[in-house]
Design a protein around this ligand. Structure first.
Ligand SMILES: Nc1ncnc2c1ncn2[C@@H]1O[C@H](COP(=O)(O)OP(=O)(O)O)[C@@H](O)[C@H]1O
Ligand SMILES: [Mg+2]
Length: 251
């Protein structure tokens, strides 16, 4: 469903006048994600995880390599084709506050992606949003509350509901659980496990917490300085003696 081939990316650092320094952020990254399966990316800060996701989402362009999503090379798509195909890929960020407009209500936030793609009456929309709130185990009576009135855990559930709203095939979670305390984190982890099964959604999970990735993913990729240092299949059982695996555990 998603094929990344030999993705490389270099950022030029430095001001306009100083000599520009090039940093290679991603070096020859290749992996595949099959429908209904989930993949995790683990690595320390600056390893290139978010940059890779931006490239996959078409928000940044790779210097070389290709992204094939649902059979289409995303760099060759026209705007309308791109919009249609990215219906199938949604993202949940680490910090719900920075990814949701503080002036909006829960209803407005969850409606946004739906309105981008479909025309529904207000009554229909309210029913859709209520169903989504139920599926992320939130009380439907918060529907007209301002997003800032909710707790961090509730806000992240709203972000997940918004990601689910147009029934994507893939949801990217970029450190989506990292700002939550342990109890809320394990509740949302459980929720994501259930939703993944229920809707047959593939997750791309970015985390510096290996436990999160182990819980949600079939395959795990260890990134270091923009390079793949290890690729582990969880179902087949990971060889604990593997040096790359041991390195990932203590990175
Ligand atoms: N827009 C940008 N311009 C220049 N450097 C960037 C930019 N975005 C990220 N970087 C650099 O790329 C590297 C990888 O960043 P990032 O992909 O955010 O890593 P991660 O998500 O794994 O923490 C870092 O060294 C970061 O400073
Ligand atoms: Mg990041």
């Amino acid at each position: 469903m998603l094929i990344c081939e030999n993705i490389s990316k270099t950022y030029k650092k430095g001001s306009f006048f100083s000599k520009k320094e090039e940093t290679k952020v991603l070096n020859n990254i290749s992996f595949q994600l099959q429908e209904g399966r989930s993949i995790g990316f683990v690595g320390r800060n600056g390893a290139g995880k978010s940059t890779l996701m931006k490239i996959i989402l078409g928000l940044e362009r790779a210097d070389s390599g290709s992204i094939i999503f649902m059979g289409q090379n995303i760099h060759n798509l026209k705007y309308s084709q791109r919009k249609e195909i990215y219906k199938n890929m949604q993202i949940v960020f680490q910090d719900p506050q920075s990814s949701m407009n503080p002036n909006m209500t829960v209803f407005q936030i969850i409606c946004e992606p739906v309105n981008n793609y479909y025309k529904y009456s207000i009554d229909e929309l309210r029913n859709i949003v209520k169903d989504l709130l139920k599926s992320v185990e939130l009380d439907t009576n918060i529907i007209d509350k301002n997003i800032t009135m909710l707790s961090g855990g509730q806000q992240q559930r709203v972000a997940i509901a918004r990601a689910l709203a147009i029934k994507p095939k893939v949801i990217i979670l970029d450190e989506a659980l990292s700002n939550l305390d342990m109890v809320i984190q394990s509740q949302i982890l459980k929720l994501l496990e259930d939703l993944k099964e229920k809707y047959n959604i593939s997750l791309i999970v970015i985390s510096h917490d290996i436990r999160v990735v182990f819980k949600l993913c079939d395959d795990i990729i260890f990134l270091e300085n923009g390079e793949i240092k290890g690729n582990f299949n969880v179902e087949n059982g990971v060889d604990m003696e593997n040096t790359a695996f041991q390195k990932m555990l203590v990175f």
